[in-house]
Design a protein around this ligand. Sequence first.
Ligand SMILES: [Zn+2]
Ligand SMILES: [Zn+2]
Length: 102
Amino acid sequence: MAICDMCGNDYPRSMTITIGGEKNSGGVFDSFECAIAALAPRCGHCRCRIIGHGVESGCNIFCCAHCARAAGHDGLVDQAGHTDGGSGQWKVFDDSREGVVE
Ligand SMILES: [Zn+2]
Ligand SMILES: [Zn+2]
């Protein structure tokens, strides 16, 4: 049993998060939701929580390249190599192996 640093819930399946391997850098949480609320950085432009990798420019972090550019950090793109703006079609990365011809 461990008590969530965010909400105080004493929960048997709590998790401990460390950041960069540093002791006391993260915390103990009863849910991903509480961990995100406590630890996830906010986008430097739109202020949303960044729960993926985000994009970093210098000491700043943003949710996406658009926000980085809006904050004056040029040079970051969400989409590389599409001079036509993209085809509008996503390649779907399917993790099922069914129907794969090798
Ligand atoms: Zn909690
Ligand atoms: Zn943003």
